[in-house]
Design a protein around this ligand. Structure first.
Ligand code: HEM
Length: 562
């Protein structure tokens, strides 16, 4: 028998052993809450939750309430949660009890290094302390001029593709390339020239392949902790080499080294004067990007809180990964919704035009006006539209946590036990996985009203157009950082980049809608699959139902559009 065969046999035996252990352990760890029967002996209910699962997820909560016992992979029972009080306990009050799973932390460490999404407890708190100020409002204001030209470039590119009066264009590659540019220029001060149609960046390709690869590997994810504990670093590196993230890691390492030497070489009087090359690809921001701000804050004078080089590198990979696909999906969804709702598009166009006209100078065209941060973030209808889209269609729909000790999870709204009794709390043994359903929380009728699943931007406005905050029923609301929705989570692990995401989407929409009009193609049905992330496809026969795409008809705006 060859060494490879022997290795494979040992691995198979270990996997079987882990499977048997998991199946037998489950019986002792049953969660006494009502929930669906197993749909599959191996996959439980997971494939229904994670593969095109929008309806299934909403039905789970509709039928069983805010806490549901589900069957996960390999016979494990898990708790699926959307109750507001339970989520407050999980992400805020008892965050240390409900930590990220080992599978998530160890998997992320392998892939991204020691960034925010790979660390727990004190190390995570230390990293947040250093990084929170980097994402302050003042720094976001400073970053706006970095992203404005990228939005202009995206708009010019789409205009250049309109050869006839109206053109069908798949916007996914362009929102995706745009999102890569925003995050790379903002986070690294670096451009991959991703909006150049002539160019394909290996790095961008690796990022795009990343999530589909991760999804395909869902069945082996539970073995990540085992893999990390039992394989040497050398073997782990060898195996990880084929994963798209290894190229991302190498690229970030190169950028980090250049940036660090640029900063170290020019830090003379405490101020940063970067001598950075200005090319099609290369450094752009002249020190105003997130990593430069972080590197400046991470000074030896602050030795107790200083991040190590490996932690700094980890943040680069993490921020780009976390900020890329999420905002690309949200932007595609926004443009798709505007195309399907001409009334909403016209109202937004009117608001943007009025704001730009109020700031137009003598010679400029109103379309070319770049709004200041405060005006951009203060447009009521734009704000309502973005919030409502992120509420009804959260780009990340589901997250998981695990109980680090046995505990009792209190509920706002009672549910049924397995034997049918009404209960207001759920006892959970140590090491129980808890699924946070962002989607079900954002669609909770008790909090958002009977029309919770309808996309209605007006719910965020009074009848006279002033901003209001719905999602609060007699003081009961979700612990989200962004209004009272769970899209960006809440508590100590909430999305650190939500202000950046909001600013990016506002800028893209105001830029594109000043020049372009979007509508749906007549013969193509666009359908959004929910596979953990949202994936838009065109249904057969016009499409293959698989390839991510959002074909929209695009033309220049006309006076009668307003
Ligand atoms: C619409 C866009 C976005 C959505 C819906 C979103 C959503 C989320 C959610 C739900 C989490 C919590 C994940 C967990 O606990 O497992 C998270 C964490 C995070 N997000 Fe975002 N995000 C978005 C954009 C961004 C952007 C633009 C950035 C960076 C500029 C970013 C950086 C991060 C980071 C670094 C974390 C980890 C925070 C921590 O663990 O302390 N995100 N995001």
């Amino acid at each position: 028998m060859s060494v490879a065969h022997a290795g494979a046999s040992v691995l198979l035996a270990l996997v079987l052993w882990a499977l048997v252990k998991r199946l037998t352990a489950t019986k002792a760890r049953a969660i006494d809450i009502a929930g669906p029967e197993k749909d599959h002996w191996l996959k439980g209910n997971y494939h229904r939750i994670f593969q095109d699962g929008l309806e299934y997820n909403l039905q789970l909560t509709e039928k069983y309430g805010g806490a549901v016992r589900i069957h996960a992979l390999l016979g494990e029972e898990q708790l699926y949660v959307s109750d507001p009080r339970a989520l407050h306990h999980i992400v805020v009050k008892e965050q240390d009890v409900y930590e990220e799973t080992d599978m998530f932390i160890m998997g992320n460490k392998l892939i991204f290094g020691e960034g925010l999404i790979s660390t727990l407890g004190e190390q995570h708190r230390k990293q947040r302390k250093m990084l929170n100020p980097v994402f302050s409002l003042a720094n976001m204001r400073d970053l706006l001029p970095t992203i404005q030209p990228i939005a202009d470039q995206l708009c010019d590119l789409l205009v250049s593709k309109i050869t006839a009066g109206e053109q069908e264009i798949d916007i996914v590659p362009w929102t995706s390339r745009g999102a890569l540019e925003y995050i790379c220029q903002a986070a690294l001060g670096y451009t991959f020239d991703a909006l150049n149609p002539e160019k394909t960046s290996e790095y961008a390709e690796a990022l795009r392949r990343f999530s589909p690869t991760a999804l395909r590997l869902i069945l082996i994810r539970p073995f990540v902790p085992f893999f990390v504990r039992n394989f040497s670093l050398q073997w782990r590196n060898r195996i990880m080499d084929w994963y798209p993230s290894s190229l991302m890691h190498r690229t970030c390492k190169g950028i980090y080294a250049d940036k660090k030497s640029a900063i170290e070489g020019t830090l003379v009087d405490g101020s940063l004067k970067l001598n950075e090359p200005q090319g099609a690809t290369g450094f752009r921001s002249r020190g105003r990007d997130i990593m430069s701000i972080l590197l400046r804050a991470n000074r030896p004078s602050n030795v107790r809180d200083m991040l190590t080089e490996s932690e700094l590198l980890g943040q680069m990979n993490t921020i780009i990964f976390a900020g890329f696909e999420t905002t690309a999906i949200a932007t595609s969804r926004l443009l798709y919704l505007l195309a399907s709702r001409p009334d909403a598009q016209a109202r937004l166009c009117r608001e943007v035009r009025a704001a730009k006209m109020a700031h137009v100078g003598d010679s400029a065209r109103w379309q070319d006006v770049n709004l200041s941060y405060d005006v951009l973030m203060g447009l009521p209808y734009l704000d309502a539209l973005v919030r409502e889209t992120l509420r009804v269609y959260p780009p990340t729909s589901i997250l998981s946590r695990t109980t680090r000790k046995s505990t009792v999870l209190p509920l706002e709204f009672p549910v049924r036990s397995a034997s049918g009794q009404e209960v207001t709390s759920v006892p959970l043994p140590e090491n129980t996985t808890v699924i946070i359903s962002i989607l079900a929380a954002n669609h909770n009728k008790e909090i958002w009203g009977e029309d919770a699943s309808d996309w209605r931007p007006e719910r965020w406005l009074t009848s006279t157009g002033e901003r209001i905050l719905p999602g609060n029923r007699d003081g009961i609301k979700y612990p989200g950082v962004y209004a009272s929705m769970m899209t960006f989570l809440g508590g100590g692990r909430a999305c650190i980049g939500f202000k950046f995401a909001e600013m990016e989407m506002n800028q893209v929409l105001t830029t594109l809608l000043s020049t372009l009009h979007f509508s749906l193609p007549a013969e193509k049905e666009i359908y959004w699959k929910m596979n953990g992330l949202q994936v838009p496809v065109v249904r057969p026969p016009a499409g293959d139902g698989q390839t991510p795409q959002v074909p929209l008809k695009i033309r220049l705006v006309r006076d009668d559009d307003y």
